[in-house]
Design a protein around this ligand. Sequence first.
Ligand SMILES: Nc1nc2c(c(=O)[nH]1)N[C@H]1C(S)=C(S)[C@@H](COP(=O)(O)OP(=O)(O)OC[C@H]3O[C@@H](n4cnc5c(N)ncnc54)[C@H](O)[C@@H]3O)O[C@H]1N2
Ligand code: MOO
Length: 419
Amino acid sequence: MNQDTLPYENALRIVLDASTRLSSEDCPTAACLSRVLATPIISTVDLPPFDNSAMDGFALRGDSIVHAGTELPIEGEQAAGDGIARARAGAWEIMTGARVPDGLDRVIPIEQTERVSSDSVRLLADVTPGQNVRVAGSDVAHGEKVLEAGTVLQPQHLMLLAALGVAKVPVGVRPRVAVICTGRELVDNPAQTLAPGQIRNSNGPFLAARLPLAGAEVVHVETVGDDAAAFEAALQRALNAGAKVIVTSGAVSMGHYDFVPQALERLGAQTLFHKVAIRPGKPLLFARLPGDVLLFGLPGNPIAVAVGLRFFVEPALRVMLGLPPETPYRVPLSKPYSKKPRLRFHLKSHLHIDAQGRLAVEVLEGQESYRIRPLSDANAWAVVPADVDALPAGALVDVHGVGHFEFPHPDFPLPGRAA
Ligand SMILES: Nc1nc2c(c(=O)[nH]1)N[C@H]1C(S)=C(S)[C@@H](COP(=O)(O)OP(=O)(O)OC[C@H]3O[C@@H](n4cnc5c(N)ncnc54)[C@H](O)[C@@H]3O)O[C@H]1N2
Ligand code: MOO
């Protein structure tokens, strides 16, 4: 290995150490989908808020079992939304979700009753205490912790917060990120005919789409030619837009037009590393600009961009969002796999259920870093460490989701339960 090519683990350490957790802000609950909860949520109410019926039927009371054949006078009717009612000794006709009248403690479904007259009912089954009553606080008790800090808020969490009447929640501020693609061969406008030697910019749309899914706010996107002055001006526009992280694509390798390292030097940036022992993405560069802005110089090949984003930028975003490092799944390979030693490989892969119903991962054909078609077939990244060269079918490998918030994504144990 080249002296100045860092092992992935060392490079990642440098990235994590340079990243700092951002502050939190209040977000209206209805608008907090996919945001990261900054503090735990403790319920200040009971859920359900009152004892209510699980069935359409009759509410009644008794010291123990009330037996089939019992006849009771009907005292009133209680529908969902009705307020406090006080029962005497009889039965109340009740609807699902209605507050159980005070003094009653059980509900018999309508189909287990027989109307004897307009104001009395006969039970056709025994009714036990508490039967078909949804007790106040049985779902969530007042004072109970319902969500952990670090929860990535999903619709089911919004359902819970809405039911609890939580109007706003503290969430981590989203890291502000700018994207700058470099290359005079790039064409952004899909309506423009390509001249010989030109290609369409696919890294820009990929980064602009993936970063918000990773918890970032994209504040600036720009494409520049192979021109150091234009690149420096673009960096300035990114900084003016408030970027705290800048992701660039291209111009970090050995070619005549690979000007990013020199441009950064001129801007007074501190290059923290350049070149990592990985494939793809080896010429990756990481620098800190004045003002503590982090710059990830991703090599231009599209899969090097995808790997740089997934395995360097996303871990930094996790620190900024207050999330712990990810734990990959360990999944058996469906076929043997061999690679060059000394480089850590990040492989476009397909996680699936095999014929025996077990989880398995297949390394896809077409791993070259210019090949984007297999990335669109992939639903996971498999990672094979630097010191490994050949793995038989069935060997366990680390598997990561396509994004850090996506399957197989890390999750927290439920409050009060072990991991
Ligand atoms: N002599 C050497 N040449 C190369 C080396 C090396 O070590 N020695 N490393 C190779 C590796 S690995 C990579 S990755 C690339 C990285 O090069 P750059 O970061 O300088 O990127 P470019 O040369 O600008 O572009 C590489 C490739 O990707 C295409 N590209 C660039 N931007 C986009 C975009 N926005 N959308 C789609 N495609 C893009 C570009 O046209 C090139 O084909 O260097 C190798 N060379
Ligand atoms: O890292 Mo460059 O990764 O292939 O193609």
